[in-house]
Structure formats: C-alpha cells, structure tokens
Design a protein around this ligand. Structure first.
Ligand SMILES: [Zn+2]
Length: 332
C-alpha cells in the first residue's frame, strides 16, 4: 500500500519568545501518515512535496494537542440546565440534585450524543486527548462502546472507563464491573492506537470493600490501572475516616488500587505527606507513582484544601496511565 500524500501546514506567527521557547515564523510542517515528516522554511518544504494538500495556519499556533485528564462527557448537555430544587450548596447536594439525576436518565443514544457533543467541543478548543469517567446507571451495558464509536468518528484520542459504584445497588455495580471488563478485553483483543481503557471507580464514599475487591480482581486479570475520584471533597475524606479508620489515599493503597497506571482525579484534600511531598513516598508506596490531575473546580466550590501546585508538578503527566498495560500487553 502506498503512503498517503503529505499535508503541509504553515504558520506565520510573530517571532516571539514564550519563556525559553521561541515561536518560529513562516515555518512549514510536512505531515505524512500522522507523523511530522519534515520541519523547515515554506520555500523549501512546499516545493519538496508537490502533491501535498496545503493548509495555511496564518495567525494560528501549531502545537501539540491539549490533554484533558478527567472529564465526564455524559454531562455535555447539562450546561445551563435548570434544577427542580434550590441551588446546591455543597458537594453532596450537587451530586444528588444534578449529576446523579442526570446520569440515571441517560439512554445509550444520550450517551453517544453527549460524547459526540463533548468531543467536538474538545477539538474546537485544542484538546486532542480525553480521559473520560462515565456513568449511566440505567444504560450501563455497551455504554463505553458507544463513547468509543463517537471517538472514532471525531478522531479524538480517548481513554474510557465506567465508574463502578454501590450507590445504585448491587446489580448496577456488577453491570459496571462487567462493562469495564468487556471494554478492556476488547482493547486487548482489538487494539486501536487512539482508544484505550482504564478500570473506573466512582469514589471511596460510594464503594464498599466487597465491590472494591471485585474491581481489584477484575482489573488485575486485565492488567489495567484505575481512574478514580480521590478526596474530591472533605465529606469523602470524613466518610473514609469514619467507615474505614484511614484516609482515602491510604484506603486505595491498602486495597491495591494505586500504581503507575492509575489516574487519581481531583485530589483536592490530600496532604503533602500522602503525595510524597515530604519524602514519604516509600511509606505510602504507590501514590507517588500514580497520576494526579490538577484539582479542577468541577463542582464550582472553593478548593481550600488544594495541595501546593509545586507538589503536583511531577504528577501531572498522564502518559503511563494512557499507555496502560491492558492495551499494550498483547499489542506489543
Ligand atoms: Zn469527576
């Protein structure tokens, strides 16, 4: 099969310095088969690729795509949605009055179109990779496959998971485990360069130890890491201390959830000690290897418990979570 004709993209931004990086002017990229084949002056690159489709990016910046390390694509149509009750005043009220009502109303078609709308918005804003954390308790089975369908159609790079939770009962928790398992098995059996999976967990305060153990076992069979909300609100931390007599990070460590392929979302109320900022990595074995996304104000509440951004710097990259063993073990 012959190689596809190259594309050439030219940017003509001003010659500016951004910190130590210089924006190159009148630079041309030749792209072939999804890879940058050459970079150089337009006067050289364009004549060397006479069959190329030429795109003029004048006034725009050519840069690597942005990565959204934690999103809920199913919420794409919730923006501006009127609520039946008074405006929520705390974390649990936001969940009970908005998100846990919305997710239970979703059909598989809603899941697909929400994913499509969210992905199109990502692309329009320069995001080319998303780590999605999905929930649709009354439409669990094949929901991840419908989101993957939208990802293929948009061309977005997507790492998907279903958030297992006990909040809607044992039957739906089991369906969540099976959906993660089915999707991860498909990622192993039919690997795709742009589609990956992690094993989804909702949060400590909606997961009992029995369900957590089932998830741990299923994920271990598949060599998968986890994508899990971690200490997003103080109420999550308080619940964990009350029910398990340990903090959320310690619970994840003891239950075998942490590791180099796990993505811990939010981490608003974790301490320097828990993330290894005071040299406690060994004692807390595992968490410093995980990937934390920044404590985004998803719930629009003050993040007064945020750890210092300095501590997060080494934990922001989601690369190893993306490359998760589940999708590579047999593809390699
Ligand atoms: Zn979230």
């Amino acid at each position: 099969m012959s190689a596809s004709p190259p594309h050439c993209i030219t940017t003509r931004d001003l010659n500016l310095w951004y910190g130590k990086f210089q924006a190159l002017i009148n630079v041309n990229l030749a792209i072939q088969d999804g890879l940058i084949a050459a970079v150089g002056p337009t006067a050289e690159i364009v004549p060397a690729n006479p069959d190329a489709r030429f795109l003029d990016a004048q006034g725009r910046i050519i840069m690597p795509g942005l990565i959204n390390t934690h999103t809920h694509l199913y919420s794409a149509f919730a923006r501006g949605m009127a609520l039946k009750d008074d405006a929520p005043g705390n974390f649990m009220q936001i969940l009970e009055r908005l998100w846990w009502r919305l997710d239970k109303a979703l059909t598989l078609d809603d899941v697909y179109w929400s994913a499509m709308a969210g992905m199109v918005e990502c692309i329009r804003n320069g995001v080319t990779t998303v780590f999605d954390h999905h929930s649709s308790p009354h439409a669990v089975r094949v929901s991840l496959f419908r989101i993957a369908e939208a990802a293929r159609q948009t061309g977005l790079r997507a790492c998907l998971c279903y958030e297992v939770s006990d909040r809607d009962g044992a039957e739906i928790a089991t369906q969540g485990i099976e959906e993660n398992r089915a999707f991860l098995e498909t990622c192993i059996r039919r690997p795709e360069s742009l589609i990956r999976g992690l094993f989804g967990l909702h949060a400590s305060f909606t997961l009992g130890d029995a369900t957590l153990a089932q998830c741990r076992e299923a994920a271990a069979d598949l060599g998968a890491g986890f994508h899990v909300h971690t200490a997003e609100a103080l109420s999550d931390v308080d619940h964990c201390l009350r029910e398990h007599n340990i903090g959320v990070v310690e619970r994840w460590r003891q239950r075998g959830i942490l590791g180099p392929h796990t993505l811990a979302a939010h981490c608003v109320h974790v301490s320097e000690r828990e993330i290894g900022g005071d040299g406690a990595e060994r004692e807390h074995g595992g968490f410093s290897e995980c990937h934390m996304n920044s404590p985004r104000l998803e719930m629009r509440l003050p993040a007064e418990g945020c750890v210092r951004s300095q501590s997060l710097k080494t934990n922001l990259l989601a690369g190893r979570a993306w490359r998760g063993r589940s999708a590579h073990r047999r593809a390699a």
